[in-house]
Ligand binder design. Structure first.
Ligand code: ADP
Ligand code: 5GP
Length: 247
């Protein structure tokens, strides 16, 4: 059976890795592509598990010899790339493949593989995103406020690209977002590969349809407003809510 390629993008700290890990615990036949990066490992990250960590020289050599299916400089800082071997292996095994990549990488993959299913994950608002970025930093033993602030700024730029994605997930309540991501995978397997849905199939298809970008205007409106997206230039600012003190 032909595997499906899923692209997931989200501002850093939205909970994309958490969502993908949860869904992989529930579903079989889905692989996660481990990217190469020039950034150093964070916290408990292990080489070969979250990323393959490498030097800029080695990364550039790999890029020049065509080993990546896409690659990009993210946050104008570090290089990230998806190895072609991930796709080749998933295809050989007939498995689905998930790429957790930024908006630039997603655009490159969509251009060469328009059949890919793309999903954009959003945090409900900037305040929640800031808290998640801080919590993650704390868990990794470093709270770098400048980095948290920088990633918040990048978040707005990334979110502006949401229209390029077929599905939108707002990761507010984790269980609900996990169920939505699972529903999207099952619905795509059903429509593309005629794979039956074992349990509550009508409900699963309904949940997935609700996540289609074309059906998401209402859910998206408060999120975009909170990030100041759609406001006239010069008035774009984060809305951290009434109490904008430290969390
Ligand atoms: P990303 O992969 O998008 O950068 P992570 O999955 O690392 O984000 O999540 C960032 C932080 O937010 C982690 O500490 C994670 O446990 C937490 N988190 C993720 N989703 C939720 C959620 N729905 N509710 C509360 N915390 C969450
Ligand atoms: P982080 O450093 O927080 O793990 O990831 C930063 C950003 O890089 C995230 O938006 C993540 O999706 C993106 N990213 C991770 N791997 C790749 C990749 O292989 N290619 C591209 N283009 N982006 C990636």
């Amino acid at each position: 059976m032909a595997g499906i390629l899923f692209i997931i993008s989200a501002p850093s700290g939205s909970g994309k890795s958490t969502l993908v890990n949860e869904v992989r615990k529930q579903l079989t036949g889905i692989e996660f592509s481990v990217s190469w990066t020039t950034r150093p490992p964070r916290g408990s990250e292990q080489d070969g598990r979250e990323y393959h960590f490498t030097s800029r020289e080695e990364f550039e050599r790999m890029a020049a010899s065509g080993e990546f299916m896409e690659h990009a400089e993210v946050f104008s800082k570090d290089l990230y790339g998806t190895p072609r071997s991930s796709l080749e292996q998933a295809r050989r095994e007939g498995h689905d493949l998930v790429l957790d990549i930024d908006v630039q990488g997603a655009a490159q993959v969509r251009a060469s593989m328009p059949e890919a299913v793309s999903i954009f994950v959003l945090p409900p608002n900037p305040k929640v995103l800031r808290t998640r970025l801080r919590n993650r930093s704390r868990a990794e033993g470093v709270v770098d406020e400048a980095e948290v602030f920088r990633r918040l700024g990048e978040a707005r730029k990334e979110i502006e690209n949401y229209r390029e994605y077929g599905y939108i997930l707002v990761n507010d309540i984790l269980d609900r977002a996990v169920a939505q991501l699972e529903a999207i995978v099952l619905a795509e397997r059903f429509f593309r590969n005629a794979e039956p849905i074992a349990f509550r199939s009508h409900r699963v298809l309904e949940v997935a349809a609700g996540c289609l970008q074309i059906n998401s205007a209402e859910r998206l409106k408060p999120v975009l407003e909170a990030f100041g997206i759609g406001s006239p230039p010069g008035q774009q600012q984060f809305n951290f809510g009434e109490d904008s003190d430290d969390d």
